[in-house]
Design a protein around this ligand. Structure first.
Ligand SMILES: *Cc1c(COP(=O)(O)O)cnc(C)c1O
Length: 451
């Protein structure tokens, strides 16, 4: 159980420097936020994914069962709940939003990354007359999009190169989709990127460019090279609206799933959502969407590794800067979260919407990977478990209790539901996953020996 206290800025920064697990509460949270409904950009992204669905079902056998929809299950996890909360177990089990199993890309990056590739394909196809050029895309029928699987379209797309800088999963999402449509693909990867992710991309037909520096360096170099290419398009993880609103579509889907599961979210039934955060786009898009739909009845928390708390640093200090300034080295086994500097536009979007951020030790990530495997038979990568600290922090830590008091939630907390967003893992090779579980199991055993 990590220690956690809310304190003034110098204390928070000192805790980050010391690598001490922290739950930071956002003093700028808008406590009166109303459910406004989905904004136009969210609906636009949702409709684009729907227009392309029949084409995607044709291109990817994994999508034929869902008719081209890329979505994951919302699942109760009673055995994990027992492991994480023990006797403090809440009335209702914790829920998992299983983005680790999102088809095609195997991570939370699927909705956003694929949405951006589809934006590019749609625009180029209209310009080339492969889709009706005189219509607004919302007027074009899904059936017309099937033409984009034909050789003529593939040859056209082949003239263009889509590039992206990535720690791994964004590259997989962009790379797999873009290559399948016929595009040339460059994925600029940081030194944290896993070897198997690089191999997976090469197998899909993407060019993988390895950089010796961190994620920010890979992004900068990717951008520089792509801007020099008149047929190049760079997916800008730090600034892309197409990614952000693609991610936000998850909120609309989750709303439907909650309805189907008869899980109420209202003034008496708050919803807590725990999201692993890297540069911020994926959790930010999801949190943004959820706040649009549920207002102040949803409480979104981000989770970051001790060595890469870039969004916490940005929001607590009020300025986006590298965590290198704190003497941290971004060295973490959570490759999906190994980012030193948060996205500035996402930090702005989160300033009044995010409830708080907590940091977690890498050892805990492995423990939770093992527990999830053993208790629920679910396999995820270490990044995906960062949010697992959330429910216990909220119910039992000093800061967590302070949050519930501030929000007037103390008497409602027993009716709250908690969603752990498991953000990646189904593409992890079996052997690699077995090593994660073994390491986690070892840590659990050592811990109980010490206790
Ligand atoms: C990328 C990623 C995240 C976080 O997304 P950002 O947009 O970088 O904040 C979380 N989990 C996994 C597994 C990821 O790959």
């Amino acid at each position: 159980m990590p220690t956690a206290h809310t304190h003034d800025l110098p204390t928070v920064l000192q805790q980050l420097r010391d690598g001490q697990p922290t739950l930071w509460l956002n003093p700028a949270l808008d406590r009166e936020s109303q459910p406004l409904g989905p904004c136009a950009a969210m609906l636009d992204a949702e409709q684009r994914l729907a227009r392309f669905a029949p084409l995607l079902a044709q291109l990817f056998p994994a999508l034929s069962a869902s008719n081209g929809l890329i979505e994951s299950a919302l699942r109760p996890a009673p055995a994990l709940t027992q492991a994480l909360l023990g006797d403090k177990t809440h009335a209702a089990p914790l829920l998992l939003k299983c983005d680790h199993e999102l088809p095609v890309a195997g991570s939370v990056k699927a909705r956003g990354g694929i949405h951006e590739v589809l934006c590019v394909a749609e625009q180029l196809a209209q310009e080339a007359g492969l889709l009706p050029a005189d219509l607004d895309p919302t007027q074009i029928s899904s059936a017309d999009y099937l033409r984009l699987a034909e050789p003529q379209a593939q040859q056209h797309f082949r003239r263009y190169r889509i590039a992206v800088g990535s720690t791994g999963n964004l590259g997989l999402s962009i790379g797999i989709m873009a290559a399948r449509l016929g595009f040339k693909v460059s994925v600029h990867m940081s030194r944290d990127a896993r070897a198997w992710k690089k191999q997976c991309l090469r197998d899909a037909g993407a060019d993988v460019i390895e950089h010796s520096g961190d994620y920010a360096a890979a992004v900068a170099e990717g951008r520089r090279q792509t801007e020099a290419d008149p047929f190049g398009y760079f997916v800008d993880d730090e600034n892309s609206q197409r990614l952000f609103y693609g991610y936000s579509v998850a909120a609309l889907r989750l709303q439907q799933q909650l309805l189907q599961a008869k899980i109420t979210v209202d003034d008496d039934h708050p919803l807590f959502v725990y999201l692993p955060c890297g540069v911020g786009g994926a959790p930010g898009g999801i949190a943004y969407g959820l706040k649009q739909l549920f207002g102040n009845n949803v409480h979104c928390f981000f989770a970051e590794p001790l060595q890469a708390p870039c969004m916490l640093y940005a929001l607590a200090s009020g300025q986006v800067a590298s965590v290198g300034e704190l003497g941290l080295n971004i060295d973490t086994a959570a490759d999906g979260l190994a980012v030193g500097r948060a996205s500035e536009p996402v930090a702005d979007m989160m300033r009044e919407r995010l409830s708080g951020i907590f940091t977690v030790h890498d050892d805990d990530l492995f423990r939770w990977v093992a527990q999830l495997n053993q208790r629920e038979g679910i396999n995820v990568e270490p990044s995906a478990t960062a949010g697992f600290a959330g429910p216990a922090l909220l119910s039992a830590s000093e800061s967590g209790r302070a949050y519930l008091r501030q929000q007037g939630l103390e008497t409602k907390f027993a009716q709250a539901r908690h969603i752990l967003w498991t953000t990646g893992g189904s593409l992890v090779p079996e052997k690699e996953h077995a090593r994660y579980v073994a390491r986690g199991q070892q840590l659990i055993t050592n811990h109980s020996l010490e206790a």
